[in-house]
Design a protein around this ligand. Structure first.
Ligand code: TPP
Length: 368
């Protein structure tokens, strides 16, 4: 027989539990305890309001370039919520919601975005890596971290986040291959927000789904409505259980949308239509989840008001803590520290030049 079928690829599933109007599919509903549902809600609300505040701080010139999370809160919070404390999160540059869920103080996010070296520091005892700006590089770190944990029998699993554009990077394929061949307990969570800066998803890859890229690596995969926090939670939970029990990686594609700008230096009106944005605004993950909670009878208007107030107070406290912290950080030359045990001569030279300029030009030296 000269030609025969040697392999038929498995189908890719799509999971959604809350529809666009916030109505639940009772057969798939995870029946989470009320206090946990409340925590999910409050975390998404905090991420949304903090995002808005970050945007206004950037417009006032008080922080640098910033990548908003608006629209992707469910994908981040739903996935991070399945982890236990010993597990790891390996983020890209857009994971404010996931990191805040994991306990990163808001002032740390502010410090990072204001360009302070200290903002990249992970607080002691918290298991996540600093933000990764080179697109896709963090997936390799995640696979390696999961492999190390497996060798040490730590029992910890790893969750890594990235965008649709990252699946077109070589690092993505290397990480999936490594994780699958070496059976690493890692969850690859793609936030398909439809754009890599101005490049629409359809122009960067011809794969019909992004999830199916895992099939070549014999890795379980699925698509999820990324604006449905319950669906993301259920998918991530299944993946976490598989990782814990079998050391098997999973690729989850969260189909979501970037409701705001790519970063604060981007103008999306140049490459996407208002109708498209409006369509996705109707699928807003936060209001959809609020409808669900209202239908459960656990979110009356006064509860929303109380949650808004608590979030606003927390942001205010963080802003003060951030300002105090900045006032105490007066030596920008720390950016040359903590990378090498013994500094290479070229770096030492750069540091000396910087210190020299700083002493004569002050703050201006920071901006060149
Ligand atoms: C290796 C690398 N190439 C290019 C860039 C410039 N860059 C920054 S963000 C970005 C797009 C990323 O898109 P995606 O992976 O979909 O993530 P999203 O920003 O949508 O969350 C690019 C190309 C970079 N940071 N790193």
């Amino acid at each position: 027989m000269p030609r025969k079928t040697t392999y038929t690829p498995p189908a890719v599933e799509f999971l959604s539990i809350l529809d666009e109007d916030g109505q639940v599919d009772a057969k798939l509903e995870p029946k989470l305890p009320q206090d946990f549902l409340r925590r999910l809600h409050d975390a998404m609300l905090l991420a949304r309001r903090f995002d808005e505040r970050m945007l206004s701080l950037q417009r006032q010139g008080r922080i640098g370039t910033f990548a908003p999370v608006k629209g992707q809160e469910a994908a981040q919070v739903g996935a991070a919520a399945v982890l236990s404390e010993q597990d790891w999160v390996v983020p890209s540059f857009r994971e404010t919601a996931a990191l805040v869920w994991r306990g990163l103080p808001l002032e740390g996010v502010l410090l990072y975005n204001a360009g302070y070296n200290e903002g990249g520091r992970v607080p002691d005892g918290q298991n996540f890596l600093p933000p990764s700006v080179p697109v896709g590089s963090q997936m390799l770190h995640a696979a390696g971290l999961a492999y190390g944990g497996k060798l040490k029998k730590s029992g910890a699993i790893v969750l890594t986040f990235f965008g649709d554009g990252a699946t077109s990077e070589g690092d993505f394929h290397e990480a999936l291959n490594f994780a699958s061949v070496l059976a690493c307990p890692v969850i690859f969570l793609c936030q398909n927000n439809h754009y890599a800066i101005s490049m629409p998803r359809a122009k960067q890859t011809s794969s019909r789904t992004l999830a199916q890229k895992a099939i070549a690596y014999e890795m379980p995969c699925l698509q999820v409505d990324g604006n449905d926090v319950l669906a993301v939670y259920v998918a991530a939970k299944e993946a976490a259980e598989r990782a814990r029990a079998e050391n098997r990686p999973t690729l989850i594609e969260c189909v979501t949308y970037r409701l705001s700008v790519h970063t604060t230096v981007d103008d999306p009106s140049k490459y996407r239509s208002e109708e498209e944005v409006k369509t996705w605004e109707r699928r807003d993950p936060l209001s959809r989840f609020q409808t669900y909670l209202r239908n459960l009878g656990m979110l009356a208007e006064k509860d929303v008001e109380a949650a808004e107030e608590a979030v606003s107070a927390r942001i205010k406290t963080a802003l003060h803590a951030w300002e105090d912290r900045m006032a105490s950080l007066t030596d920008p030359a720390v950016m040359f520290e903590h990378l090498y045990a013994s500094k290479p001569p070229a770096l030492k030279e750069q540091q000396d030049r910087f210190v020299q300029e700083w002493s004569t030009r002050g703050e201006g030296a920071r901006h060149g």
